[in-house]
Design a protein around this ligand. Structure first.
Ligand SMILES: Cc1cc2nc3c(=O)[nH]c(=O)nc-3n(C[C@H](O)[C@H](O)[C@H](O)COP(=O)(O)OP(=O)(O)OC[C@H]3O[C@@H](n4cnc5c(N)ncnc54)[C@H](O)[C@@H]3O)c2cc1C
Length: 454
């Protein structure tokens, strides 16, 4: 029987980062993750990229992880949101008046700062966010977890049962050798994803529905540089996003050495973007059955010519999309974080950013509780976490749900209303700034790990 202050079920992006945040405050942590680390860190496991909001970046920076990410992530300088592809900035027809254009320089303008914002310095060079490959994030997290003396990682290992009692909680799990083990803690965190079994075992109810949409994800190589430009088109099947990634240079040392020795010209760096293409399930089924060449032809019809010739630069991934919202985020000696608390539509790229806010909030709450001698599994301590996170979570979860329904339709009247709406928001600088602040997660009372302390 092991003992830790906190046991975390799930060592995905949320569980991994939570372990590091809590360990940085001196808590001893056990992480139980179902998959082997080598599998999770492999490109073939998760082909997605994550748009990290600038408030979220501060957590990585404060934990000393940002240096390992900064040189392999792409800053987002501009975002163009358009209703349908035809009126994008780059295709025929030029700039439509019905679009929203967010640029990082207007984010830093002081003319429309609210009173709350005045105390919050935002450097002129702040981009709108950063695009990072999930495989990179997972690798950085696993390396840091393995090296941390306060964290015990069991992976691959599966939680089988957790017994919650007034004194503690005992988690039973099967370790990588198939042996039964257990760990006692004052608190268990459920970071086991949107279908959380731990949440179900604790009897916490959840609202969930399927979107009847699938998100296709792939890395696209293109002829011209993207210059930090992200695009999102709202098409009838769902949002279609092209997100800027870092260029890929040849990294094979043996091949590079051979080419240099043979005096051969090195290939130019490959310009890349990450595609998140949402389609209704019926169309998605047909798309999924296409071979790469046929898929690429379909893709070209939607992608447009603005980045020159395009090709697939890796495998295609598909994710069935669904909505999950837990009624409670806490129970005695249990707190839900990340997708276990709520899983939202990727239309605004905010799912993991919400998880990061959970992590920063629970770290503050538990640190404060312990400093005044309270039991960290006590409901009085956990209640502060729930109050802090619930409003933000519910409003964003429902907001993205409504946004997706409103934009994933071709009904003429709705199309007219939304295009006018886009134009109005674009014309009003304070409104645009409001949306950029929301997307940057730099709103509300921020936990200490997300604050800009400079
Ligand atoms: C197409 C797409 C694009 C997205 N883009 C963005 C974006 O740009 N920005 C953003 O912020 N978010 C984005 N998201 C959302 C983001 O990917 C998720 O919010 C995030 O991955 C959730 O991480 P998690 O660790 O909470 O859950 P999960 O990734 O589901 O991890 C749960 C972990 O728990 C483990 N586990 C489960 N059960 C057990 C058990 N019994 N024992 C042991 N381990 C167990 C699993 O193995 C897994 O590793 C996107 C999502 C999709 C689908």
């Amino acid at each position: 029987m092991h003992h830790s202050d906190i046991t975390i079920i799930g060592g995905g992006l949320t569980g991994g980062l939570a372990a590091l945040a809590l360990a940085s405050k001196g808590f001893s942590i056990t992480v139980i993750e179902g998959q082997a680390p080598e599998k999770i860190m492999n490109d073939a496991y998760d082909g997605r990229t994550t748009a990290i909001a600038y408030a979220s970046m501060r957590l990585f920076r404060k934990l000393g992880l940002w240096d390992a990410i900064a040189h392999v992530c792409e800053p987002i300088k501009d975002i163009l949101v358009t209703d349908g592809k035809k009126k994008s900035r780059f295709s025929e027809g030029g700039i439509s008046s019905f679009h929203m254009h967010f640029d990082s320089s207007s984010l830093n303008s002081t003319s429309t700062k609210s009173k709350e914002d005045e105390n919050r310095p935002t450097p002129i060079s702040t981009p709108l966010g950063w695009i990072v490959e999930n495989a990179t994030l997972r690798t950085v997290l696993f390396k840091a977890i393995t090296a941390h003396e306060n964290i015990h990682l069991h992976a691959p290992a599966r939680r089988t049962h957790t017994n919650f009692s007034p004194a503690n909680c005992v988690t039973r799990f099967t370790d990588k050798n198939g042996d039964e083990q257990s760990v006692t803690s004052a608190l268990t965190l459920a970071a086991d994803g949107k279908s959380s079994q731990l949440r179900a075992q604790a009897g916490i109810k959840v609202n969930h529905w399927k979107y009847a949409q699938t998100g296709f994800v792939a890395t696209i190589a293109h002829q011209d540089p993207h210059e930090g430009f992200a695009q999102e088109y709202f098409l009838p099947g769902g949002p279609f996003a092209i997100l800027p990634m870092t260029d890929k240079t040849m990294t094979d040392k043996i091949l590079t050495g051979k080419m240099l020795a043979d005096n051969l010209a090195m290939p130019p760096p490959q310009h890349r973007s990450s595609l998140v293409w949402t389609e209704k399930d019926k169309v998605a089924k047909n798309l999924a059955s296409l071979n790469d060449d046929a898929f690429l032809e379909e893709l070209k019809n939607r992608f447009g010519p603005y980045l020159g010739e395009i090709s697939l630069a890796g495998p295609r991934f598909s994710y069935p999309l669904s909505f999950h919202l837990s009624h409670d985020y806490i129970a005695p000696r249990l707190a839900l974080i990340g997708d276990a608390a709520r899983a939202i539509h990727p239309i605004a790229g905010q799912g993991f950013n919400l998880g990061i806010k959970d992590i920063a909030a629970i770290t503050d709450v538990l640190d404060k509780g312990r400093s005044v001698g309270l039991d960290i599994g006590n409901m009085n301590v956990l209640d502060e976490y729930q109050r802090w996170r619930r409003f933000d979570s519910v409003s964003l979860a429902l907001g993205t749900d409504i946004l997706n329904r409103f934009f994933s339709t071709d009904v003429t009247l709705i199309r007219k209303i939304r295009t006018i709406g886009l134009g109005l928001v674009n014309a009003a600088a304070p409104l645009r700034q409001f949306f950029m602040k929301q997307a940057g997660a730099d709103v509300g009372t921020l936990p200490s790990l997300l604050r800009d302390d400079r």
